[in-house]
Design a binder for this molecule. Structure first.
Ligand code: CMC
Length: 426
């Protein structure tokens, strides 16, 4: 293992420390370069590790995703979202009593302020659900700001538990408002996913919860729980590094997730399939995707980090089939288009060469549509799951100590020049 690297600039040798992580690539510490009058330049952070973290490891070439060392495949098969939340926040899998206490603490925080419901009711019809969710989460700061000490680990854990408890409820309030449906009451004793399913879909307070469908939701939450330093998590950390109110930090993460290159891709998948409309039109869209002068991309294909396969996509594919079977959905034209696109990804040189595979959002979009969730609401489901990662990463950052995030730039504007009076400008 090398432990230093030498950079030669204008003949001057600069020694940089190289350290090894517990898994993955060695890391060159460039923090001292500023003392040499140099910055590094890495748009999109392709080669930049922005922090140390013990939560999640991704090996994009091998399609590997680990949370605290446990593979996503094992967690998806044997665990559930609540247990993963505990693992991410506390570092180890819980004993039975620890998990029971954690779930009880989450249940205790499920009462949201009625004013949040009032705020939601003021949104005009057609408002985007991600905008509404971000607003409600940001508004939570109004109720939990004064006296909040983010340097107190117990208070941080309380924030984490409250967000895990209340974000799904806010999401369900947004859903009911969006669908113009009456709300139902919380039903004590239901599991996390059953409660969410009930709040979203039940026609009455005592409607049955379908276990296959609520399990599918639990798995979608679990598969989306954390994904190291993606755009929204980096946003949460960056905003958190200013000591901002944590509800505001998570609201910022929700805004970052909204975009179609990130969490908005699952909505984009269904929009794109609807636009394609018919299998006969697929070749023309594939041609568009390959055309460098056309910004069109096949939504749900490709990933910044996974360059072989997305392990979450492999887990969710089986669930996708269970849900479609359970709902008796067959010969759906949308599904047929999705299947053909997935087949093309495996066979077409363009996608093979660039290592573009269907990602988790490709399949989760299909499941959510089958559940009857409107496509502009899909990213809200992603946000509910990702809450675990956002708050665990924020908690880790504050626990470990941090500097305010402040990237520099390569300035390419005009050099210094003199101001010209308006009547003398040519
Ligand atoms: N369809 C067609 N071509 C593509 C696609 C796509 N979906 N994605 C990448 N390419 C091409 C791209 O045009 C480029 O081609 P060339 O080498 O000829 O210039 C090459 O593949 C490399 O693309 P890139 O933009 O350098 O790749 P990236 O790592 O910067 O982008 C990505 C990753 C996810 C933003 C991109 O693949 C994409 O826009 N995918 C569609 C949106 C999507 O599904 N996003 C969800 C990601 S998973 C959820 C999450 O974790 O947030």
């Amino acid at each position: 293992m090398v432990d230093t690297a030498t950079l030669v600039v204008d003949g001057k040798e600069i020694t940089l420390e190289v350290s090894s992580p517990s898994e993955g690539q060695d890391v060159i510490n460039v923090a001292s370069l500023v003392n040499e009058g140099l910055f590094t330049f890495d748009p999109g952070f392709l080669s930049t590790a922005s922090c140390e973290s013990t939560l999640t490891y991704i090996d994009g070439d091998q399609g590997k995703l680990l949370h605290r060392g446990y593979s996503i495949e094992q967690l998806a098969e044997k665990s559930n979202y609540m247990e993963l939340c505990y693992l991410l926040l506390r570092g180890e899998l819980p004993a039975q009593s620890e998990l029971a206490n954690f779930i009880a603490a989450v249940e205790k925080e499920t009462v949201v302020h009625e004013q949040l419901v009032d705020i939601c009711s003021t949104f005009p019809p057609g408002s985007h659900p991600m905008g509404m969710l971000g607003t409600l989460v940001s508004a939570m700061s109004a109720f939990y700001h004064d006296g909040l000490d983010i340097n107190d680990p117990d208070q941080r854990m309380q924030v984490a538990i409250r967000l895990l408890a209340q974000i799904p409820i806010c999401a369900a309030i947004v859903f009911r408002h969006h669908m113009q449906k009456e709300r139902v009451d919380l039903r004590p004793g239901l599991s996390y996913a059953d409660q969410f399913y009930h709040l979203m879909f039940s026609e009455s307070n005592d409607s049955e919860v379908d276990p296959i469908l609520s399990k599918a939701l639990d798995q979608i939450f679990l598969l989306h729980a954390d994904h190291e330093q993606n755009a929204s998590t980096s946003t949460v950390r960056l905003v958190g590094s200013t000591d901002a109110n944590p509800y505001g930090c998570i609201a910022a993460g929700i805004a970052a997730l909204w975009g179609p290159s990130h969490g908005g891709a699952n909505e984009g998948v269904l929009k794109m399939i609807a636009e394609i409309g018919d299998e006969s039109r697929i070749p023309q869209y594939i041609k568009k995707a390959k055309d460098r002068d056309d910004p069109f991309r096949i939504m749900g294909f490709g990933h910044r980090v996974y360059k072989n396969f997305d392990p979450r996509a492999a887990c969710v594919r089986a669930t996708c089939n269970d849900v479609l079977d359970r709902l008796g959905i067959k010969d759906d034209p949308i599904l047929e288009i999705a299947k053909t696109l997935a087949k093309i990804a495996r066979e077409d040189e363009y996608f093979i060469e660039r290592r573009l595979y269907p990602n988790v959002d490709f399949y989760s979009g299909v499941i959510l549509r089958a559940l009857g969730i409107p496509q502009d609401y899909f990213t809200v489901i992603f946000a509910v799951g990702r809450t675990a990662g956002w708050i665990a990463q924020w908690h880790e950052m504050v626990s470990d100590g941090y500097k305010i995030g402040r990237p520099r730039q390569k300035y390419t504007g005009p050099r210094q020049r003199d101001y010209v009076a308006i009547d003398q400008r040519s």
